[in-house]
Design a protein around this ligand. Structure first.
Ligand code: ZN
Length: 145
């Protein structure tokens, strides 16, 4: 990976063969980033997507091996049990120009990935929510409902 600091943000250029999710997590951990937003484009191969089935409280997971356009990658970094956790969703373009997408568990960079990581000043944590069956952002209450 190559990195250029851009004011308070980082522009990350991933090399072919790097795994996107673990590399982002590792970068945030090494830079001591406790909250960030992420956006990116590029190409992936050998990736695993998830669709969260709320009624089963489980991800339906599917692995793919083809090379796809990383049309859009959005997500964030927050702390989960005191460790950096990257939550990333993607929209991916197939060779026939159809799109697929979902929660990204992992993906190997094909060609490149160009990612803007924007650290936020205040730490964010995730906490387990029984209702969802997931670690969701644990933010202060603005208005109870
Ligand atoms: Zn997700």
């Amino acid at each position: 990976m190559r990195v250029k600091a851009q004011n308070a943000s980082y522009f990350l250029k991933f090399e072919m063969g790097e795994e996107l999710v673990s590399s982002l997590t590792e970068f945030a951990t090494e830079q001591n980033i406790h909250a960030a937003t992420i956006q990116g484009i590029g190409a992936l191969r050998d990736f695993e997507l998830g669709y969260y089935a709320l009624d089963q409280k489980e991800y339906n997971r599917r692995k793919y091996s083809e090379i796809v356009e990383l049309i859009s990658c959005n997500g964030n970094i927050a702390m989960r049990e005191n460790k950096q956790f990257a939550h990333i969703h993607v929209c991916l373009g197939l060779p026939d120009f159809r799109a697929i997408g979902g929660h990204l568990f992992s993906g190997i960079v094909a060609v490149t990935a160009e990612v803007l990581l924007h650290p936020l000043p205040e730490r964010m944590d995730r906490a387990y929510e029984e209702k969802a069956g997931l670690f969701l952002l644990d933010l202060p209450v603005w208005k109870a409902f």
